[in-house]
Write a protein that binds this ligand. Structure first.
Ligand code: HEC
Length: 141
């Protein structure tokens, strides 16, 4: 009888430590997901954003069909730093540090540009890149 009780006790403690181990593993995994998830899944681009390497190529690829130096719909050129700073016939399209007030970001976020099947709309990661670039001051050097 005494022997049985000891056995039960041993099983219980090993069950408890198994649970503890499980909880510890869960915590470590959860921490990793929270801590590195942003980087691993690419939602958080490293700062500062490099305009020439990251922003300009993206705008050239997706917007040049209609907003280049040759085709300047609404007077807007998005293939050069000068064009981006100048904006369109309606005014600036980028307001440094104010992504949500910047027409360029708004159009991208609302999936209005590129319009109707004229190119791939920006995914979450690309949007975040543009947002961060504007928030960092929309530098073009
Ligand atoms: C197929 C042609 C086409 C492409 C490609 C295109 N646009 Fe446009 N864009 C237009 C037209 C047409 C207008 C004017 C009508 C309007 O305001 O919706 C416009 C207007 C805009 C405006 C508003 C300018 C203002 O001050 O009124 C912004 C900002 C803009 N585009 C950004 C972009 C960006 C960024 C891209 C690339 C991701 C892009 N566009 C790609 C045709 C295009």
């Amino acid at each position: 009888m005494k022997h049985l009780r000891i056995l039960a006790h041993q099983q219980l403690t090993s069950l408890a430590s198994y649970r503890l181990l499980n909880a510890a593993v869960f915590c470590v995994v959860a921490f990793c997901i929270v801590a590195f998830g942003g980087v691993a899944f690419g939602t958080e681009p490293p700062s500062p954003i490099d305009f020439k390497k990251q922003v300009l190529p993206l705008l050239k690829e997706r917007c040049s069909k209609c907003h280049s130096e040759d085709v300047r719909i609404v007077g807007l050129t998005l293939t050069t730093a000068e064009g981006i700073k100048k904006g369109s016939q309606n005014g600036p399209v980028v307001i440094p540090q104010k992504a949500i007030d910047s027409p360029l970001y708004k159009r991208l976020k609302q999936e209005q540009m590129p319009p109707g099947g004229e190119g791939k709309v920006f995914d979450a990661q690309e949007l975040e890149l543009i947002r961060k670039w504007i928030e960092e001051g929309a530098k073009t050097e």
